[in-house]
Ligand binder design. Structure first.
Ligand code: ADP
Ligand code: MG
Length: 238
């Protein structure tokens, strides 16, 4: 069954059409990766799915229900940003718990969820620190923890590892794959990195100028890219 369905999704900023009538189906529990050059509309698309950006035309369904006008909470979607977007004046623990407090969850429930996420992400020892006292990798773990505790049906990652150094990117990539297996959630992930796309994805969607150039399994795209553009991203070693 599809968790997310996009039917002719469009985004216009004034006269500028940045997403051009896009159709996509994302299977429950799958890991979908969007790749494409800077400015092709990846972040705009994620933000529309998250409910952070208005959809100009088309229909967005989550678990079969039209969600064009629903809030992020109603959609059951959590997004992890490239720049972490942590609250600098709050401890790690409070950063992770913040969204749950907003939802009015009981304190015991919040504590249990935060402890479980901290264990999964191995940040239990950091809970009392401020974001400024963390490394880039630790900050990104906190940002992921904040998404996990909401128990969303859909995770959205917008280039979450691109600010980390190469070695840490590899570590975090392996851990993200583990996390996906462990919690079995549906994930959509935006990256520039060919290795990340090939190793993480069940399905890769190559975007160009707000439209899908090709979509398929890593093997399909790697072995049989539809054109030179797709090959430049996925098909040939770089
Ligand atoms: P990507 O994430 O693939 O780099 P974006 O989704 O950020 O691309 O941007 C797609 C296009 O939309 C770009 O041309 C960008 O300049 C434009 N754009 C993004 N946000 C806005 C906005 N708020 N107003 C006008 N144009 C925007
Ligand atoms: Mg972007």
């Amino acid at each position: 069954m599809a968790t997310l369905e996009l039917d002719g999704i469009k985004k216009k900023y004034g006269e500028l059409e940045v997403v051009e009538g896009l159709d996509l189906s994302v299977e429950e529990g799958s890991f979908t990766v969007f790749v494409g050059p800077s400015g092709c509309g990846k972040s705009t698309l994620l933000r529309m799915i998250a409910g952070l950006e208005e959809i100009t035309a088309g229909e967005l369904r989550i678990d079969g229900e039209r969600m064009n006008d629903a809030t992020p909470v109603e959609r059951g979607v959590s997004m992890v940003f490239q720049n972490y977007a942590l609250y600098p004046h709050m401890s790690v623990e409070k950063n992770i718990a913040f969204g749950l407090k907003m939802l009015g969850l009981p304190r015991d429930d919040i504590k249990r969820r935060v402890a479980a996420a901290a264990e999964t992400l191995q940040i239990g020892a950091l809970l009392k620190r401020r974001p400024s006292q963390l490394s880039g990798g630790q900050r990104q773990r906190v940002a992921i923890g904040r998404a996990i505790v909401r128990e969303p049906r859909l995770f959205l990652f917008d280039e979450p590892l691109s600010n980390l150094d190469a070695e840490l990117r590899v570590t975090m990539r392996v851990e993200l794959a583990k996390l996906h297996r462990q919690i079995g959630a549906t994930m959509i992930y935006v990256t520039h990195d060919q290795t990340e796309a090939l190793t993480l994805a069940d399905k890769i969607v190559v975007l160009r100028d707000g439209a899908i150039e090709q979509a398929g399994t890593p093997m399909e795209l790697y072995l049989d890219p539809a054109n030179a553009f797709v090959a430049g991203f996925i098909g040939s070693p770089q």
